[in-house]
Design a protein around this ligand. Structure first.
Ligand code: CAA
Length: 262
């Protein structure tokens, strides 16, 4: 069932193992204010700590995943305000510390901080009506939650510069072609597709899943030799798990593996 403790998001658990967090400020197109980011961080931390949860899906409404940071809330801030308080994004980094996979299921607008939030997730599944953009330049600022760093890593310099400098939107087809999203599906199939991906991840060893996420993320933090060495250490370490014995034995004996996350 849904928990009532949040005002700007909802949290539910599907099939006893997928945590689904829905951004819920529909009138503001899910503009990301302080309260929402605090509640999101809190919900993600809870799901990450819960052993029964294997994967998390983050989604918005049909019209908007999120139309960015809340412009009304930041319009009057001075440099001193934002610098001293580390606004607007001081409480946005919590999502990066989540060790279980987080899938963004995006329909409608994912703009500014909304696009950045989607990019902080491990991969993005988009509905065919999704629109991505970094329009901050139109507001006299630049992306402030990693957009100038994660977008070029996802789509390369040419498209990232185009997006950041012109503020134009990218539709779902272009986003998939550019590597920003992993799959595009019809709008009415979005949650089915995201939950299907999440449930298939839940079938695997949580330890291997966490190691795979950690190692792919390392690719963006290190040179190739260091990254490959990091991967090798994790790979070798997995031979100490019961799940490696189970997974390989199941394959050899042509049966389905039953992982115990040990
Ligand atoms: N902050 C606050 N309120 C927002 C918002 C935002 N980012 N985006 C939309 N809203 C509000 C609108 O003000 C409007 O409220 P009212 O009904 O009270 O007037 C409501 O949501 C509906 O929006 P629109 O009427 O504008 O809907 P539309 O369909 O005509 O246009 C849109 C949709 C193209 C997404 C348009 O709302 C828009 O351009 N929004 C702003 C997008 C943007 O600039 N985002 C970047 C924010 S800066 C940032 O994110 C910084 C960072 O890097 C962290």
């Amino acid at each position: 069932g849904e928990t009532m403790e949040y005002e700007t998001i909802t949290l539910r658990v599907e099939a006893g193992k997928v945590g689904v967090v829905t951004l819920n400020r529909p009138k503001q197109l899910n503009a990301l204010n302080d309260q929402l980011m605090n509640e999101l961080g809190d919900a993600l931390k809870k799901l990450d700590r819960d052993d029964s949860i294997g994967c998390i899906v983050l989604t918005g409404s049909e019209k908007a995943f999120a139309a960015g940071a809340d412009i009304g809330a930041m319009a009057k801030y001075s440099f001193a305000d934002v610098y001293k308080g580390d606004y607007i994004t001081r409480n946005w980094e919590q999502i990066r510390s989540v060790r279980k996979p987080v899938i963004a299921a995006v329909s409608g607008f994912a703009l500014g901080g909304g696009c950045e939030l989607a990019m902080m997730c491990d991969f993005i599944i988009a509905a065919d009506n999704a629109k991505f953009g970094q329009p901050e330049i139109k507001l006299g600022v630049i992306p402030g939650a990693g957009g100038t760093q994660r977008l070029p890593r996802a789509v390369g310099k040419a498209k990232a510069m185009d997006m950041a400098l012109t503020g134009r939107m990218m539709d779902a087809t272009e986003a998939e072609r550019s590597g920003l999203v992993s799959r595009v599906v019809p709008l009415d199939k979005l949650m089915e597709e995201a939950l299907g991906a999440a449930l298939s991840i839940c079938e695997f060893s949580q330890i291997a899943v966490m190691a795979a996420k950690e190692s792919v993320n390392r690719a963006f933090e290190s040179g190739l030799s260091d990254g490959v060495m990091f991967e090798r250490r994790l790979f070798h370490g997995l031979f100490a798990t019961a799940d490696q014995k189970e997974g390989m034995d199941a394959f050899m004996n042509k049966r389905k593996a039953g992982f115990t996350n040990t």
